[in-house]
Ligand binder design. Structure first.
Ligand code: KG4
Ligand code: ZN
Length: 365
């Protein structure tokens, strides 16, 4: 690269409207000049999940404001940009269409190149933006909408080793919180309750842990929790604070154990082929969980592997990851024309078998 590249990125595939500006000077690490995220939590809170139509309308209303804010915060104008990157899928189609239309509008008005980005590639390339890690590396995406192991070899070169066959882990945390009357998002509430709980009092299943592959399942945990809750309520006509803490601790321990065990397997497969680059990176809101993070760190330490977790603001949905993934794609010659379409489904590894339906927070694979 002989010149500096500055990209605007747009993200609107789920319930966050985001815009960001990322710049890379020749021979240097990329810098996030700005990253603006307008969340929609309060718009959906009454419905117990993201309502696609409400999300799409809010994205369409907010995207241009978000772009103006991101450009201002970065201290750049449209004339300073080299390209516009946008999430073109996978996700809730109305939101993805809003983003793609906005990016096409900017590209048409300015003549800037348009770069469509896979949302999952955005997450998967973030550790290169934050920690400058080299290809290849093993990536674990764990969020409210995603759960998969990917070997990242290049900006558009991924191999999927496995993933959830039903719920994503964040979804399971959120459902657990709902079943126990705890506030949303469920992950932080369940983690907080679990601090005072006994993880051994209730014996939660460890789904698929014996299976010799990298696939995971979390929906059975929620059913187990519901049964245990109902049994306590039937016996004592209510849950005590301690019952709730013990249920949260048991649930969290089961998720941690499953993720640790499957990560051990995925890492072993990865290291057998890539012994020279022993790195595991994580992304997604669930990576904020201290128990899960500690379990993954232990696995990495056992297998002589470096553990990389980008700061939470870049681990969860944001547009800096889209601008950066767009920058990598653009540098390697990738760009789109006005025919770029929004894709509700878009697996990163086109050769891996498709595993899932569309979940509460959109397409998961
Ligand atoms: O990556 P993210 O912000 O959004 C997407 O799903 O795309 O992840 C949000 C998910 C929610 O399900 C939330 O409950 C979960 O991450 N989460 C956590 C924690 N913090 C957030 N799960 C477990 N423990 C946490 N501390
Ligand atoms: Zn995401």
């Amino acid at each position: 690269m002989t010149q500096s590249l500055t990209l605007l990125g747009l993200e609107s595939s789920c319930d966050d409207t985001a815009a960001a500006v990322v710049r890379q000077e020749a021979g240097q690490r990329a810098q996030v000049l700005s990253s603006v995220v307008f969340g929609q939590t309060e718009l959906h809170s009454a419905f117990g999940g993201v309502v696609p139509e409400i999300a799409a309308r809010a994205h369409a209303e907010k995207l241009d404001h978000c772009v103006v804010e991101a450009l201002d915060a970065a201290g750049v104008t449209l004339q300073d940009l080299d390209a516009v990157a946008v999430t073109a899928g996978p996700g809730l189609i109305g939101g993805v269409v809003s983003g793609v239309m906005c990016a096409k509008g900017i590209a048409a008005a300015t003549g800037l190149p348009l770069v469509g980005v896979n949302h999952l590639a955005g997450h998967a390339l973030t550790p290169r933006l934050t920690d400058d890690i080299a290809y290849p590396y093993l990536m674990l995406l764990v969020s409210g909408g995603h759960c998969q192991y990917l070997i990242a070899r290049g900006p558009e070169d991924f191999t999927r080793l496995g993933g959830t066959i039903d719920d994503a882990p964040g979804e399971a945390f959120d459902k657990t919180a709902r079943l126990l009357g705890l506030p949303q998002p469920g992950g932080p509430s369940v983690q907080k309750e679990a601090e005072a709980g006994d993880p051994k009092r209730f014996r939660f299943p460890r789904p698929l842990i014996q299976r010799d592959d990298c696939n995971l399942s979390f929906s059975g945990l929620k059913t187990a929790l519901m049964r245990m809750r109902d049994q306590i309520v039937a016996e004592k006509s209510g849950l005590t604070r301690q019952d709730r803490a013990d249920l949260c601790a048991g649930f969290q321990a089961a998720v941690s154990d499953v993720l640790a065990s499957k990560t051990r397997r995925a890492l072993a497969l990865y290291l057998a082929e890539n012994p020279a680059t022993p790195t595991l990176a994580v992304a997604g809101g669930v990576a904020a969980n201290t128990a899960i993070r500690a379990a993954l760190e232990t696995v990495c330490a056992d297998l002589g592997t470096t553990f990389v977790a980008p700061p939470l603001a870049l681990c969860t949905d944001n547009a800096a990851m889209i601008a950066y993934a767009g920058l990598e794609r653009f540098k390697s010659g990738g760009q789109d024309d006005m025919g770029l379409s929004a894709r509700p489904r878009w697996p990163l590894d086109q050769t891996a078998p498709s595993m899932l339906g569309s979940g509460r927070k959109g397409a998961k694979a």
